[in-house]
Design a protein around this ligand. Structure first.
Ligand SMILES: Cc1cc2nc3c(=O)[nH]c(=O)nc-3n(C[C@H](O)[C@H](O)[C@H](O)COP(=O)(O)O)c2cc1C
Length: 372
């Protein structure tokens, strides 16, 4: 059943046993302050046990608090969390699954930073971020490299740079949020300069260790980054030696717009973006976004729209998704469904730990009891 989906693939010199990955999903399970918690370990043990080939752990900050999305954002910026990160990597790998850590600077969306830091002072949700100086940018680039090195030392198999969601790296590429008049702003060539410098610095720090990239293909905003430009950026990234490109669309400023909300309810709503990037590059491409059924996922890989599938809420709602698909038990899948009114997203934006209202009653009660 689904021969393409359950075939092996090489990514950055590591063998993935099938085409299924867990896409990064922040759920507010780390302890307040960003340290690895028992709840987080239990969550990732379940995700790794699911049968996916690789788990990409949620965004982890490279610089706290200015780079952190929230107070529960995992810390990759300090050796104080090394023991936790080491346990996390070991927990995932104990299930025969590759472990990848996503590292991030939240930039203008760093909720706990005051002021937030960004390429330019462009207002966001009523707050005005401060434009970074070149000296500060060089420091952040180093912080990315240090965090990547921490991931390697902690035993992760790969690291992923978060270049999506409108966070710092993507906000440099966007003409909407980058209004700089130095060599890091203006032309497309200049706007891609800083994130490419970060990739270079990270790669030279970690040596022979795969560095993936979460990629913003389209901001879905009238004056935002568009696919026509982002495909060129994908080519530059591939040339810079990233191990894979994991494609997504939208930022916090577009996710909740009525038409975006509507279109992101459809199965495979971001696959067209991955397919457009896949045409441009030779490195493996991951597609995500409500990839709900085995046949649909198989089609994406078989038709060459992407090499790998990223499952985020889909896998969290039902950690048995991969085995149910593999064994032809699809009718038993518990589907992530929009009729819950995006409860998980609402919980985390209120600073709470998330639960899925689709979970069976007993699991829901058990997990709610574990949350603080
Ligand atoms: C609550 C929530 C948290 C997320 N956290 C991250 C994250 O930390 N890093 C990231 O790159 N994407 C993140 N995403 C995006 C997912 O990786 C994924 O692209 C998206 O949810 C679509 O896949 P799905 O329909 O399987 O959930 C998040 C999405 C949601 C809904």
């Amino acid at each position: 059943m689904h021969p393409h989906l359950f075939s092996k693939i090489d990514v950055g010199g590591k063998e993935l046993k099938n085409r299924l990955t867990m896409a990064p999903l922040y759920l507010g399970y780390a302890r307040a302050g960003g340290m690895v918690s028992d709840l987080l370990l239990e969550h990732y043990r379940l995700m790794a046990k699911s049968g996916v080939a690789m788990v990409v752990v949620e965004n982890s900050t490279v610089d706290h608090p200015t780079g952190s999305g929230s107070d529960r954002t995992l810390r990759a910026d300090t050796d104080e969390n090394m023991e936790g990160l080491t346990n996390l990597a070991a927990t995932i790998k104990a299930q025969g699954t590759l472990a990848c850590l996503q590292i991030n600077h939240a930039g203008r969306f760093a909720a706990i930073a005051d002021p937030a830091l960004a390429p330019s002072a462009v207002q966001v949700f009523g707050r005005m971020p401060r434009a970074l100086t070149e000296k500060e940018m060089r420091r952040i680039s180093k912080k990315f490299a240090e965090a990547a090195l921490r991931a390697k030392k902690a035993g992760f198999d790969m690291v992923e740079l978060h270049g999506g969601t409108g966070y710092l790296l993507s906000s440099f590429v966007s003409p909407r949020t980058n209004k700089r008049d130095d060599e890091y702003g203006g032309s497309f060539e200049n706007r891609q300069r800083f994130p490419l410098e970060v990739v270079k610095e990270v790669r030279s720090a970690v040596g022979n260790f795969p560095v993936g990239y979460r990629f913003l293909a389209d901001e879905w905003l009238p004056d935002g980054l568009k696919l026509a430009e982002s495909v060129q950026y994908a080519r530059s990234l591939a040339a810079s030696g990233v191990a894979y490109i994991s494609v997504m669309g939208g930022t916090y400023e577009s996710f909740f717009l009525p038409d975006v909300l509507q279109s992101s309810r459809k199965e495979g709503y971001m696959v067209y973006l991955a397919a457009a990037i896949k045409k441009e590059v030779k490195v493996p491409v991951i597609a995500a976004g409500r990839i709900a059924t085995g046949a649909f996922a198989e089609g994406i890989v078989a038709e060459g729209k992407a090499d790998l599938i990223g499952l985020a809420r889909v896998l969290w709602a039902d950690p048995e998704w991969p085995s149910k698909v593999k064994e032809g038990r699809e009718s038993e899948i518990i589907h992530c469904h929009t009729d819950c009114d995006e409860t998980c997203t609402k919980l985390i934006t209120r600073g709470k730990s998330a639960f899925c209202v689709r979970w069976p009653h007993d699991k829901l009660q058990e997990w709610k009891g574990k949350m603080v």
